[in-house]
Structure formats: C-alpha cells, structure tokens
Ligand binder design. Structure first.
Ligand code: GDP
Ligand code: CA
Length: 325
C-alpha cells in the first residue's frame, strides 16, 4: 500500500512513528513535509519541521523536548552569544548545527532542497520517503501589533521568541504564490492508496503545505481516501499554541471546526477530507462533522506512548478503508 502523509514537526513526526509501527514491510510511506517554518540563521538554512521528522523517525530526536537532537551540547550557541551574535532565542545545538551546515553547503553547490533532504536522510534512514513540500523558498510570516506598531514577523519569531503571546492578525505564506511542489509530491498524491493528515497544526503546518499551488488541487482530485486526525482535544491544542493561528484564519479551536475548515470532499464541495478522527472527549462533535459529509469517529487521540500512537494510526487506516470509494 502507498501511504502519503502531510506533516509538520512534532505532531506529524510522532504520528508517523506510530504509522510506521502498524504498516507492513511492503507498504511505502511518503511524507510531504512543511517548509514554511524554514529560517536562515547565522548564514545557515534551518528546516525545523523536516529535521523533526528526520530525527524522530531516524532515532536522533530529543524525546522529551520533541525537537532537536538527543544528548545535545550548546558550545557554538554560547560562543556566538559571547560575540554578541544573535538571535539567542532559537536553540541550535552543536549536533544540530552540523545538519544545517551540510544542508547549506549542498544548497550552495546547487542541489535543490529535495535532493539535500534525501542526502540527509541517507544517514538517518527514517524509513519513509521525506519530500519537502517545495524546493522554492516559502516563509510563513505572522502579522502582529505591539507598542512598535503593526508589522509582520517570521513565524519562528512569533512562535519561539514571542511564544504566540500576541494575537496573530494574519498568516502570510511569503513566496507561496510562485512556489512549485517539489519533484515527486504531485506524483505521490496521485498514486497514493491512502492519504493522511496527522494531528499537525492545521494552519502553519498542513495549511502551509496547502498554500503551494497545485497541492490542494492534487489532494482534491486524488483517487485515494483522505483521512485526518484532530490536533485539538477538548477545545485546546494538545501541545503548543495552535489556537492562536486558528483564530487568525477565523477558525475556532475545536475538533469539529478544524474538520470543517479542511472541508468535506463530498459531491460538489471543494473540501479535502473523506474522514476525520476526533478524541473520545469530543464525541459530541461527531454529528457536526458528519453533517459536512465527512465520516467521523471518536477514538483516543493522545500520543501518550507508542502503543497509543499506533492505535491512532490503525484507526486512521481503518476509517480510510470505510470511506474508500
Ligand atoms: P510542530 O511543527 O512541531 O508544531 O508540529 P505539528 O504541526 O506537526 O504538530 C503540532 C500539533 O500537534 C499541535 O497543534 C498539537 O495540538 C498536536 N499534538 C501534539 N501532541 C498530540 C497528541 O498527543 N494528540 C493529538 N491529537 N495532537 C497532538
Ligand atoms: Ca512547525
């Protein structure tokens, strides 16, 4: 079976680990990773979400933190700070720096990001085919207003430095309008037997992937069933500040509201989902989702351990079979 999953960072990566646990040796997983979070720091190209997927599936992730390398040290960061060179708010460890150096060197030599990602994965062997959503530069910016007025800041500045404490007034995917899907992305979607939206951020992870022209259209036209899992449980994100960016696009932080935001793929509607999983705590949301033409089930959706995560992946694949046309 050919499975395609769209993925952001932590939520996507952890779900993918569960998915890998339940598929068979003949199944292939292609991951379309978000690159809207990418940022240039210290002259280096940093791809936080691609790296989170690569490290998590490759066994190098800092487990508790969910991002960055295990057993990391911060000598380079400290030395940069001693020179007064920032930003200090983005935590890059020494081991992680090596990844960004290799990536930047290869990009400088002319390789596209997709080829660079493949080369990095050669070391990490994540067990999935990891494709960036695009080889072109796309950067999510967030419009905020503070004492200094209204301005747009890079998503990482909003998320990491400001901890999303200010309201996000708009989400701007800079560069997306002229970006092209990376090689293999549209082909993988068209050839998929199942398409999954892990419980990644619907706005700045999955949403960013959907801003690349052609990807949304390919998903809408794909013969495979599309099933998503809610990142919102009981009216709040399980982790992080997704409610802040959902508000920016006028969507409530609720499991059913996120499903309706993606939309149903039923006849005559331009939406994306055939199926949607909500947590058992949100069982009351099921009828509203089904009314939009999206098959919906309430199952445990907390990725508390590998067994629970694997059960979520199994439930998503089972729902995909039920909605297969
Ligand atoms: P990021 O790029 O690192 O922010 O990661 P993603 O976009 O892939 O995933 C972030 C989302 O994962 C957040 O909105 C969380 O609510 C969601 N999430 C994290 N842990 C869990 C979990 O155990 N269960 C569910 N359902 N969602 C989760
Ligand atoms: Ca991210």
């Amino acid at each position: 079976m050919r499975i395609v999953a769209l993925a952001g960072g932590i939520g996507g990566a952890r779900f993918l680990r569960g998915l890998k646990d339940v598929v068979g040796p003949d199944d292939e997983i292609t991951v379309i990773g978000n690159t809207g979070d990418d940022i240039h720091l210290f002259g280096l190209k940093v791809c936080p979400d691609l790296d989170t997927v690569m490290y998590t599936l490759g066994g190098g992730i800092h487990e508790e933190q969910g991002w960055g390398r295990a057993e990391e040290s911060f000598a380079v960061k400290d030395e940069l700070a001693a020179y007064g060179v920032g930003p200090a708010w983005f935590g890059l460890g020494d081991k992680d720096f090596a990844t960004h150096i290799v990536r930047t060197q290869m990009l400088g030599a002319g390789y596209p990001l997709s080829a660079v990602t493949e080369a990095l994965c050669h070391r990490w062997q994540p067990g999935v085919r990891l494709l960036p959503m695009t080889d072109d530069r796309v950067e999510t910016h967030v419009r905020i207003t503070d004492g200094a007025g209204t301005r747009a800041v890079h998503f990482q500045e909003y998320w990491v430095r400001l901890h999303a404490a200010l309201d996000a007034e708009a989400i701007i995917p800079v560069g997306a309008d002229t970006a092209k899907p990376a090689p293999g992305v549209l082909e993988a979607i068209a050839a998929a037997d199942v398409i999954l939206f892990p419980p990644s951020n619907p706005v700045v992870s999955i949403g960013s992937i959907l801003t690349v022209p052609g990807i949304r259209e390919a998903l809408a036209a794909a013969p495979a069933p599309v099933v998503g899992l809610s990142p919102i449980i009981g009216g709040a994100p399980v982790r992080g500040m997704a409610d802040k960016v959902l508000a920016a696009v006028g969507v409530a932080a609720a499991a059913d509201a996120v499903a309706l935001h993606y939309g149903g793929r039923g006849a005559g509607t331009p939406g994306l989902l055939d199926g949607w999983l909500v947590d058992e705590a949100d069982a009351a949301a099921v009828p509203a989702v089904e009314a939009a033409g999206i098959a919906c089930r309430a199952v445990p959706l907390l990725m508390s351990d590998p067994a629970a995560t694997a059960a979520m992946a199994r439930a998503a694949l089972a729902l995909a079979e039920q909605v297969r046309r």
